[in-house]
Design a protein around this ligand. Structure first.
Ligand code: CIR
Length: 263
């Protein structure tokens, strides 16, 4: 069973009313909490449908972006690493997540360096390596610390680059199976996926790149028909989930969960 696409568990957090104050690169309108809750419920139900246990955490009003739990930790089979988000308003979210990881994992370690910053959205775990994109949220010190923390578990880290102006590395890519990556052309053109099979998202559908393979399903944001058809044509079972409200805050499918199988 692969550890990069098959998972027994996920952790999610319900959106808070304060989501209207969430971070965004460009203001495209205020997210509608009710609609976001509806989309979030569909997302959680789809994860559960694959047979996984989903730990649903309550909303955290003090942290407007806390629905985007992926950025708080990296979950590997051997243990979890608590991140140090580079967005100052999100730093406290990692400490909020740590006890929930300790309840599920025997080993939980933390990125602690005061100059180290790293967010889960910049990390793509494949069967052979962990790719970490340097970005406005993830710096060299954070990547170096993560590299040291996961080495005893047998994982190697490769530093890559998040395209300029793109929030996270995984804003632009997803792992679909052990060797197949879905990517924007602007990211795959960097050569970072040489050696992988790459499916490019359709021109103009860059926001479809942030999908997740979760057990037998690929969850992707609704509204990107050409990319949906390309993924389906490659043999994957696709589920479209409404993402209009999270998209206003630069969030997508991967951001909404931590996915893992603790040993
Ligand atoms: C932020 O700017 O941090 C949030 N508004 C969006 C985080 C999305 N997370 C992710 O891509 N992993």
């Amino acid at each position: 069973m692969s550890f990069s696409t098959h998972f027994s568990h996920a952790i999610t957090r319900r959106p808070a009313a304060s989501i209207t104050a969430g971070l965004r690169a460009v203001d495209t309108g205020t997210p509608d909490l009710g609609l976001m809750q509806t989309h979030h419920a569909a997302y959680v139900a789809t994860l559960k449908e694959t047979g996984a246990t989903v730990v649903e955490l309550p909303s955290l009003a003090a942290y407007p972006d806390s629905v985007f739990v992926e950025d708080t930790a990296l979950c590997l089979p051997q243990g979890a690493v608590v991140m140090r988000p580079g967005a100052p308003s999100r730093l406290g979210e990692a400490a909020e997540m740590a006890p929930h990881l300790r309840a599920l994992y025997a080993q939980v370690v933390e990125v602690t360096g005061k100059d180290s910053f790293i967010e889960g959205g910049d990390i793509l775990v494949t069967e052979r390596e962990i790719l970490v994109g340097r970005s406005a949220r993830t710096n060299a010190a954070g990547i170096a610390e993560l590299t040291r923390l996961v080495a005893p578990w047998g994982h190697s880290v490769r530093e890559v680059h998040t395209p300029p102006g793109v929030l996270h590395f995984k804003t632009d890519c997803s792992l679909l199976d052990l060797d197949t990556v879905l990517s924007t052309k602007r990211l795959s053109a960097s050569g970072c996926f040489d050696g992988y099979r790459v499916i490019d998202v359709a021109e103009g559908e860059e926001a479809a790149a942030n999908t997740i393979r979760f057990n037998d399903l690929v969850l992707m944001p609704a509204g990107f028909p050409r990319t949906r058809d390309a993924i389906a044509a490659a043999g994957f079972t696709v589920r479209e989930i409404g993402n209009s409200e999270c998209a206003k805050l630069d969030g997508g499918m991967s951001c909404l969960s931590l996915r893992f199988t603790p040993v």
